[in-house]
Unconditional design. Structure first.
Length: 396
């Protein structure tokens, strides 16, 4: 019997459209001899839909029309089995669809950041990829930086600012100038796809960059910007116990940093329709000496394990070309296109990559089932609970 996989994509995120591309790429590459795939679209309010057109990329040119002919569903656990249940429930018509595992291919806040993973865990459905903790930490660039620095992984020093700092922007600007000087890079602390990220080379650019970043997030991260920068990325497959690195890429960009436009609206995307991160102009393999290549791959695996990741992640690094020093930049716990284009050069087909991700999630389920999640006591039967309401003697 085939395993029934709910491939989930979209969601309440600025990376909504990118996720649709990544999700449908994955659907088209699944091993249909082993898996029955049910495409599940999350709209921009995180409502879930299934239907005959949901897995077709051309349907997303008119999303309202697509939703009108699709079925909204919710996840329901009934007796240990999980179903995509039609909602609102109807006496006749659509029937519940049983699923064995969820496969989130989602990007950004509200979906990749542990929120969706927490929901799936609460419902009781196994899911592919990082668990709640690793997803949440991986989305927070500042938290990631602090944890990795504590574990000996090189990162650029950074400072986090909140909305209360933004209310005193003149003081904030002075603090940044005194701490970092120029140029600096400003990032929303919890977004991907280069959304809201800017390099500032003077006070005017800094003020604009701060305004832009705070339009996307409640917290922002500021770092010194490397002037002579090379960016290289490496994917990792595995879990916290055993993981391996992919080939390395060097993305090519038109500005100081790799922008959203470079990633998804560049020349490759325009020539034949966007293919998500697979359409980025890049060098594969990156032009690196053998020793530097191995340094990147080893640091990628160490970072992945330190953060407790599972499945596939992509880790982005910075190289200061003046000093040849390597720095961790950020991790993508559900990378665009699942970084399949970095695995094919080392002999891993996309179909096999997806299969391995599913097997890793099932391994985690088996490990969790061996743990104890209850502790038998008679605490609710103690005399101290008598007369709890309004009782002065209660210790609760």
């Amino acid at each position: 019997m085939k395993t029934r996989v709910a491939m989930m994509f979209g969601g309440k995120s600025v990376e909504h459209e990118v996720s649709i591309i990544s999700g449908i790429q994955a659907i088209l590459s699944m091993d249909t001899d082993k898996y029955d795939v049910i495409p599940v679209y999350l709209d921009k309010k995180n409502s879930m839909y299934i239907g005959e057109e949901i897995g077709k990329i051309e349907s997303y040119k008119d999303i309202p029309a697509l939703l009108n002919k699709s079925q909204r569903v919710i996840l329901v656990n009934d007796g240990g089995k999980v179903f995509l249940m039609p909602y609102p429930s109807k006496l006749f018509g659509a029937k519940p669809v049983e699923i064995d595992i969820a496969f989130p291919v989602v990007h950004g806040t509200n979906v990749e950041d542990g929120a969706l993973q927490g929901y799936l865990k609460t419902v009781g459905i196994p899911f592919v990829g990082c668990d709640v903790t690793a997803s949440a930490i991986g989305m927070d660039k500042y938290a990631t930086k602090v944890i990795l620095k504590e574990n000996g992984i090189p990162v650029l020093d950074g400072k986090c600012f909140t909305m209360s700092d933004y209310a005193k922007i003149d003081e904030m600007v002075k603090t940044i100038e005194d701490t970092f000087g120029y140029p600096v890079i400003i990032k929303p602390v919890d977004l991907g796809s280069s959304v809201g990220i800017s390099v500032a080379k003077d006070k005017n650019e800094l003020a604009k960059a701060i305004d832009d970043a705070f339009s996307y997030a409640r917290k922002i991260l500021v770092e010194h910007a490397i002037t002579n920068l090379r960016e290289v990325n490496c994917s990792v497959l595995g879990d916290e116990n055993d993981a391996k690195a992919s080939e390395i890429e060097e993305p090519l960009h038109t500005k100081d940093i790799l922008s959203y436009e470079d990633k998804y609206m560049g020349s490759n995307a325009k020539s034949g329709g966007s293919k998500g991160m697979a359409s980025v102009s890049r060098k594969i393999p990156a032009d690196l000496p053998a020793e530097k290549r191995e340094e990147v791959r080893e640091l990628a695996v160490k970072s992945f394990k330190t953060l407790g990741c599972n499945g596939v992640a992509r880790i982005d690094f910075m190289i200061d070309a003046d000093t040849d020093k390597l720095y961790f930049n950020e991790i993508n716990t559900i990378p665009g296109s699942l970084s399949f284009y970095l695995w094919e050069p080392v002999g891993v087909k996309y179909k096999d990559l997806l299969d391995k991700m599913i097997q890793l999630s099932l391994k985690r389920v088996r490990e969790e089932e061996s743990l104890t999640f209850s502790f038998a006591t008679n605490i609710l039967n103690q005399g101290s609970l008598k007369g709890l309401k309004g009782s002065k003697g209660s210790k609760l």
